[in-house]
Design a protein around this ligand. Structure first.
Ligand code: ATP
Ligand code: MG
Length: 420
């Protein structure tokens, strides 16, 4: 017997009902905010991520699933932004009305050590807004994430930070390197290397010793240039105006190289150690980095696999409901061949009217059919035998109310079921 690959999940029908609910909420919230869906390949030239995400990031250094196809090195997409930017550049979408607002939902792949909330294939909802520089764009993108999280009923806390821009970062970088040089011997091997390649990454290191050292390190917000300072204070006042609670958390730097200024994370207290359900930020240089024009960008990636986990745990604690599979409004139990044709025809008619109906398609005994109707939670049951077919009437039984039984005309059953 085959088993699914390590770090993947089967999302079964009892769970896809929740996924449908989440996806409907996402599509509705995204539409109301003017975002259009983009669907891009699930694999790209590995260079898209090397150049787009950064060669010193965990994603590129440790987590890429690479494939050898044709003569180019391909890679299963580990995140959404670099591929969307590649598509914007390749298709010249930068010529459209600005800001350009795109969203996506789909699977992403990272070669990680599987654990609760961390898998090798996971789903993300992501948005990207191009061509809007002001902090109001950042606030509206954050507001969209906030709206979706609230509608999905997962409680989160928003952390924001500003990591400056290419103008103020060199000064900060120097202060950071000076600080960590003083602790060089205590840092993990990867961070020792990061000290010369990408010192900002040390702040994101998951090792307890490195994070304890990072705790007292210089903060990006103390090194912002005037423009970055204004941008950050505009963001804060926009969030205040929108009534979105946040904490300024200087430790948030995000695991991708392309961010400038705003970075943010939504954290849930309900799902254990892997608690970030959504992360994002501003990436003003990325489009140029991937051979496009100078075009600013801001976006986020929301981990739907973690959101689904949060909702499941909340339902187990009775703090949120879990959606259930739809139940048929009518089950028709035919006895014999002619009756089976009546059942089939009537069931199809109801389905075409948008009503979920079922009938026997396995030629089972009446007893087995009634057991099945009960199991799938049918609201009404209509038993049709030769006598009923001849008289043109049958008894419609309400399965939730034993006293509700009525004689109905077989010709009018679709109308009756539609009305009740
Ligand atoms: P983490 O710090 O948890 O590794 P990250 O910084 O690598 O997160 P992002 O690249 O920002 O994550 O991805 C956005 C969101 O996608 C995360 O906040 C998380 O909800 C989800 N996510 C990332 N990696 C995984 C994974 N391996 N399994 C499940 N969800 C994931
Ligand atoms: Mg990660």
């Amino acid at each position: 017997m085959f088993q699914k690959p390590k770090g993947t999940v089967d999302i079964l029908p009892s769970e896809t009902v929740l996924w449908h609910e989440m996806e409907e909420i996402i599509r509705d919230s995204a539409k109301n905010a003017g975002f259009s869906e983009i669907r891009i390949p699930t694999f790209e030239n590995a260079g898209v991520y090397r150049r787009g995400v950064g060669t010193t990031t965990d994603i590129v250094q440790k987590e890429m699933f690479t494939l050898n196809a044709d003569d180019a090195e391909m890679c299963l997409r580990p995140e959404g932004t670099a591929g969307v930017v590649r598509s914007v550049v390749e298709n010249g979408l930068y010529n459209e009305a600005m800001p350009l607002k795109l969203y996506y939902i789909g699977p992403f792949f990272r070669y990680e050590k599987p654990q609760a909330g961390r898998s090798r294939e996971f789903y993300q909802f992501g948005v990207e807004m191009f061509g809007a520089d002001s902090a109001y764009a950042d606030a509206s993108v954050i507001s969209l994430a906030d709206d979706v999280l609230r509608r999905v009923k997962v409680k989160t806390k928003l952390n924001i930070n500003s990591i400056g821009c290419p103008k103020c970062r060199p000064v900060y970088r120097k202060a950071l390197v000076d600080y960590f040089e003083g602790h060089r011997d205590e840092l993990c091997d990867t961070c020792k290397e990061r000290l010369s390649t990408n010192p900002l990454r040390i702040l994101d290191c998951k090792s307890p010793i490195c994070s304890a050292i990072a705790e007292k390190s210089p903060k990006t917000i103390d090194y912002l240039c005037e423009d970055c300072k204004t941008h950050f204070s505009d963001l804060k006042s926009s969030l205040d105006t929108l009534g979105i609670d946040y904490t300024v958390n200087p430790k948030i730097v995000r695991g991708l190289d392309y961010y400038v200024r705003t970075v943010f994370e939504f954290i849930s207290d309900d799902i254990g150690a892997q608690s970030t359900v959504c992360g994002g930020g501003r990436y003003d240089g990325l489009v140029e980095q991937l051979d496009g024009p100078a075009l600013s960008g801001i976006g986020f990636g929301m981990g739907l696999t973690r959101l689904a986990l949060a909702r499941k745990l909340l339902a187990e604690k009775n703090e949120a409901e879990y959606p259930s599979l739809p139940t048929p409004k009518l089950y028709i139990a035919p006895m014999g061949k002619d009756c089976a044709l009546y059942a089939l025809k009537t069931t199809e008619e109801l389905r075409r009217r948008g009503i979920y109906a079922e009938c026997d398609v396995a030629s089972r005994s009446l007893k087995a059919q009634m057991k099945y109707a009960d199991k799938i939670g049918a609201l009404y049951v209509l038993v049709v035998g030769d006598n009923e077919l001849e008289s043109g009437t049958a008894l419609l039984k309400n399965m939730r109310d034993k006293d509700d039984r009525r004689e109905v005309s077989l010709n009018e059953i679709a109308d009756i079921i539609e009305r009740i």
